[in-house]
Write a protein of this length. Structure first.
Length: 454
């Protein structure tokens, strides 16, 4: 494809100025046709002598491992059998900027390397991407363009496990202002040490045998149990389809749920518990059993690295069957989903009833913030913590959309209430509030643990 360059456009403007000047100075205007013919001749020469972009080889090299939110160096290697001035536009959907354009002069049979710095914005595999290769004529008036699939290293943006670990550490230690520090006094059931009795100590903690041996009152210091099992269940069904708006562009709702689930797993591992993960669509697609140690978070992230939400109904009964069969120890089963309608919620409640007595169940309902933009005020209530979100929104775009949003939220509230008989329900909001959602979920886990319910 032949494209004009900025130089040609300015030349055309110059010819037009000469033509307009002919109204004032006819002698000057008489030269305008000749200037136009000369410009047309130069364009023809430039088109004929411009090199074909098909002969230019462009290869992409990714010098580093790419993770969400971090910069990565992408090198473009350009080689041609002739000396040419080349402009390359490299397009990769998962990086920002999505496309970048570089221009380089290449000698015959030589390779020129151009370094670009870009940032991974969301998890996934970008595939080969696309190239647009442009070569310029000797006069710089036109350029020839060819679009092609990318060649070389494919760009894959991975989960940033390090950031998740640091966020989990802050939340467990109480250093994140996004969570409400109203945690109950940790009762604990695991013996940590023995010490002398002090006034105000609970007499139920007196170790009478140790007191008899020492001749004075000795009490037990208890701490919350460690090495307990936490199983994170990610709902990859229709409930978490769609996207939400973020400062760096639209993000899949399932990716928010995935980040929240890994944050919960990181908090459990930081607390000394064992964490596992399960991916649920129309079957149990992934089941990684609970293990301990910070290094296990990387294995959990790798197990769900390629996961995506599907337009299917989640197999809740199959999930219960797998947990009963494979998870013998009592565990906190944390299901991250969204409550869309009452019918699916009733099916979920019936399934979770099969875990009653075996495991402690917590449901994190990750709401869609897109509904709130059709309302003036949206109030969200939780069983463990109450979050009120007030949106100073503009007037509703359409009264029918406003009524539909009110109706949807009314169904959602009733569905959440129905779930409370089978599980502890945490209602949070995704999108720009995803950080607060993660803090609220971790806080709920720590509260259940502190109360000795796990």
């Amino acid at each position: 494809m032949i494209e004009p360059t900025e130089r040609l456009l300015w030349a055309m403007v110059g010819v037009g100025v000469v033509g307009v000047a002919g109204f004032v100075a006819p002698a000057l205007g008489a030269g305008a046709p000749f200037a136009l013919l000369g410009l047309v001749g130069c364009v023809i020469v430039d088109v004929v002598m411009a090199r074909s972009p098909a002969a230019v080889q462009v290869t992409r090299r990714c010098a580093e491992r790419c993770t969400e939110g971090h910069d990565v160096t992408v090198d473009l290697e350009v080689k041609a059998p002739f000396a040419v001035d080349v402009e390359v536009t490299d397009t990769v959907s998962l990086l920002t900027p999505t496309w970048t354009t570089v221009r380089v002069a290449v000698d015959a049979d030589e390779t020129a390397i151009v370094h670009t710095r870009r940032r991974g914005v969301r998890r996934g595999a970008a595939g080969p991407g696309r190239f647009a290769v442009r070569t310029f004529g000797p006069l710089g008036l036109v350029r020839r363009r060819q679009r092609r699939d990318g060649v070389g290293d494919h760009i894959t943006v991975g989960i940033d496990v390090g950031t998740i670990v640091r966020a989990a550490e802050r939340l467990v230690r109480g250093g994140d202002s996004g969570s409400r520090r109203k945690r109950a006094v940790e009762r604990g059931r695991e013996l940590d040490a023995l010490r002398d009795y002090r006034r105000g100590d609970d007499v139920r903690l007196v170790d009478w045998k140790a007191s008899a041996r020492h001749g004075e009152l000795i009490v037990k210091e208890l701490v919350p149990e460690s090495r307990q099992d936490v199983v994170i269940v990610l709902d990859a069904g229709r409930q978490l389809l769609g996207t939400t708006e973020h400062p760096d562009g639209p993000r899949q709702r399932f990716d928010e749920a995935l980040g929240l689930g890994l944050l919960l797993a990181g908090a459990a591992l930081e607390k000394g518990d064992r964490a596992g993960i399960c991916l649920l669509d129309d079957d149990v697609a992934v089941y990684e059993p609970p293990r301990e140690g910070r290094a296990h978070l990387g294995r959990l992230a790798a197990a769900v690295a390629d996961a995506a939400a599907l337009a299917v109904e989640p197999a809740y009964q199959e999930l219960v069957a797998v947990l009963v069969r494979r998870q013998k120890r009592r565990a906190l089963v944390c299901l991250i989903t969204d409550v869309v309608d009452e019918a699916s919620t009733r099916a979920l409640a019936r399934a979770l009833a099969g875990l009653r007595g075996r495991h402690l169940v917590m449901v994190v309902a990750l709401g869609d913030p897109g509904v709130a933009r059709f309302l003036t005020t949206t109030s969200t209530n939780t069983t463990t913590t109450t979050t009120t979100t007030t949106t100073a929104a503009t007037e509703p775009l359409n009264p029918h959309l406003h009524d539909a949003a009110v109706h949807l939220l009314s169904h959602r509230r009733r569905a959440l209430a129905a779930l409370q008989t089978s599980a502890t329900v945490i209602d949070v909001m995704g999108g720009p509030n995803a950080v607060r959602a993660g803090a609220a979920a971790v806080e709920a886990y720590l509260l259940l643990k502190a109360q000795g319910r796990l």
